[in-house]
Structures are given as structure tokens and as C-alpha cells.
Design a protein around this ligand. Structure first.
Ligand SMILES: NC(=O)c1ccc[n+]([C@@H]2O[C@H](COP(=O)([O-])OP(=O)(O)OC[C@H]3O[C@@H](n4cnc5c(N)ncnc54)[C@H](OP(=O)(O)O)[C@@H]3O)[C@@H](O)[C@H]2O)c1
Length: 255
């Protein structure tokens, strides 16, 4: 299929958390659309398996281990992608965590720190390094942050996660106003429940899902490939005049 109209031929993308779930689905779409793609995550084994699975076309898939709580590894991640693939045109910040489901009053300080370091500082550090590279190269670029609808309206028991995603929404808007003059667009996708390992405790809980679906107009959760298709449209020329936006995709649940 001719995908040249998407403007991704010869471009390079970095997808954090690309070894499974939403990140892997986005990496697959980007590679199909003509980009070379680097994927990161903590475990090399999972990255290598995903890279093998994704390397079906002519595009390069580069798996690099980097822990979002380790600033040195995140700096090395961006440097390695530029050294190995030559440039970064598209960054998809996606690797995030939620190790706790509890009321905010019961959350331990170290748990709060772990979530904020991974979900907020991790996104910031990769975005900063990628943006510095894009500014220096002078050819523009695109940053897409995978947020959550929880960053727009809070969910009980997911308070710290929701705080972290609200921060990502503001990171998106703050970066968009600073980077626009360099031709760098910054947007976010805020999904509702997506069928991945991350949210299995939610979507496998039938009574909870029944309750959720009662106020979700499309009456279903989404699949990672659906997030990936929206991601593709936001990072390509199809969205050339879109920046600073938080696109909620939750089947209408928050309407
Ligand atoms: N699934 C949902 O319902 C849902 C809804 C709204 C928003 N989201 C957001 O979508 C994004 C992706 O979630 P997902 O559902 O695809 O999750 P997932 O299937 O659990 O995948 C998470 C990915 O991130 C990597 N990762 C996790 N912790 C990391 C860390 N500390 N450092 C580096 N990499 C790390 C994982 O690899 P390793 O394990 O090897 O590190 C994996 O590649 C997240 O930002 C999440 O908040 C998900």
C-alpha cells in the first residue's frame, strides 16, 4: 500500500513502552506507515520479542532497554536512537505505571514517588531530550504523550495515577506553546479502558465493567489498535495544524 501521503517515509520514531500493549500497537502502525521505529521498556527480552514480531517489512525496529525511573538510561535512550537510526522525528511517550489501587489517604510516599517519577518525570526527560535534538536539527517534529481520561476526571482508587496523567496533559500544552516556533507539534491521547495487561484488573471485572458501560455510549472498551490508529493520525501530516490538544477516546464515557 502506498503510504507516502502520511509523510512518514524515511522518518524515525521512538515509542517508549513499546514492547506490548498500546505502545507495541503504535510501533506497528508507525512501521507500516514507513517509519523506522525504536522501542523501549525495562526488559530486553520483551523488547527483543516485540522487535522480531514487528520486523515484518523493510523498516528497522530497534529495541533498547531503558527504565523510566533512571534519568541516565533515558538520556542514553535518546542518544542511542539518534546514533543508530540517525534522527528522531516522532516521539511517543507511552511507558507508564500504576502499582496501586487505593484511596489517596492510604497511599505510601514511596508509591507516590514511584508513580510520579515514571509517569511524569520519565515523560518529561524523554520529551526534553528529544525536543533538544529536534530543535538542533531544525526540521520540526512531533511529540505524542499517551495520557488517560483519568487525567481529565478522577477515578476513585486511582488518585495518584490520575494526578500523574493530569500533569501529562499540562506537560503537553506547555510544550506545545514553547515548541511551536520550531515546527514541533505536541499532543496527547487520553484513552478510557483499553484491553491490555495494564488494565486487566478492570476489564476482567465483570460487575465493574457493567457499571462502566452503563454510561459509555459506545458500550465497550477499546482495543490497542484503535489507540494506535488515532496516534498515527496525530503524528502524521493528517494533523499538521493540530497542537496542544488532549484527545479523549473513551467511547463517549466522559461526555
Ligand atoms: N490500558 C488502559 O486501559 C489504559 C487506559 C488509559 C491510558 N493508558 C496508558 O497507556 C499507556 C500504555 O499502557 P498499556 O495499557 O499499553 O500498558 P502495558 O500493556 O502494561 O505496557 C506497558 C509498557 O510500558 C513498559 N514499562 C512499564 N513500566 C516501565 C518503566 N518503569 N520504565 C520503562 N518502561 C516501562 C512495559 O515494558 P516493561 O514491563 O518491559 O518495562 C510495556 O512495554 C500508559 O501510559 C497508560 O497509562 C492505558
Amino acid at each position: 500500500m502506498d503510504t507516502s501521503y502520511l509523510g512518514l517515509d524515511g522518518k524515525v520514531a521512538l515509542v517508549t513502552g513499546g514492547s506490548r500493549g498500546i505502545g507495541k500497537a503504535i510501533a506497528a502502525q508507525l512501521a507500516d506507515a514507513g517509519a523506522d521505529v525504536a522501542i523501549s521498556g525495562r526488559k530486553q527480552e520483551g523488547l527483543d520479542a516485540a522487535a522480531t514480531e514487528l520486523a515484518t517489512g523493510t523498516k528497522r525496529i530497534l529495541p533498547i532497554a531503558a527504565h523510566s525511573r533512571k534519568p541516565d538510561e533515558l538520556a542514553a535512550l535518546v542518544e542511542t536512537v539518534v546514533a543508530e537510526l540517525g534522527r528522531i522525528d516522532v516521539l511517543v511517550n507511552n511507558a507508564a505505571t500504576n502499582p496501586v489501587m487505593a484511596p489517596l489517604v492510604d497511599v505510601e510516599t514511596q508509591t507516590y514517588d514511584a508513580i510520579m517519577e515514571t509517569n511524569v518525570r520519565g515523560y518529561f526527560l524523554v520529551a526534553r531530550a528529544a525536543a533538544r535534538h529536534m530543535i538542533e536539527r531544525g526540521e520540526g517534529g512531533c511529540i505524542l504523550n499517551i495520557s488517560s481520561v483519568g487525567g481529565v476526571s478522577p477515578d476513585p482508587g486511582l488518585g495518584v495515577y490520575c494526578i500523574s496523567k493530569a500533569a501529562i496533559n499540562m506537560l503537553t500544552r506547555a510544550l506545545a506553546i514553547e515548541l511551536g516556533e520550531h515546527g514541533i507539534r505536541v499532543n496527547a491521547i487520553a484513552p478510557g479502558v483499553v484491553r491490555t495487561r495494564f488494565s486487566q484488573a478492570l476489564w476482567s471485572n465483570e460487575p465493574l465493567m457493567k457499571q462502566e458501560m452503563a454510561h459509555t455510549p459506545l458500550s465497550r472498551i477499546s482495543e490497542p489498535e484503535e489507540v494506535a490508529r488515532l496516534a498515527l493520525s496525530l503524528v502524521t501530516d493528517a494533523s499538521a495544524y493540530v497542537t496542544g490538544q488532549i484527545v479523549v477516546m473513551d467511547g463517549g464515557g466522559s461526555v
